[in-house]
Design a protein around this ligand. Structure first.
Ligand SMILES: [Zn+2]
Length: 69
């Protein structure tokens, strides 16, 4: 039976949503970037190198210098 919103405990709602969250993560389409072979979302520009379909879509700030400092 459906319950009114106020009758469902907040922890119950949140634990259910947390469970569904991991199913959504598993359902995400992941592919590898053809340029740097990093995991990325399908049909999205690569967050590592900023390339999509062989073209640079946006500049990615290099974080190697920041990690060393
Ligand atoms: Zn890439």
């Amino acid at each position: 039976m459906p319950q009114p919103k106020y009758k469902t405990r907040r922890s119950k709602t949140r634990s259910r949503k947390a469970h569904n969250f991991y199913q959504q993560v598993e359902r995400m389409e992941l592919s590898r970037c053809p340029r740097c072979h990093a995991l990325k979302l399908a049909h999205y520009a690569c967050p590592v190198c900023g390339y999509y379909k062989g073209e640079q879509v946006y500049q990615v700030e290099e974080e190697e210098e920041k990690a060393g400092a």
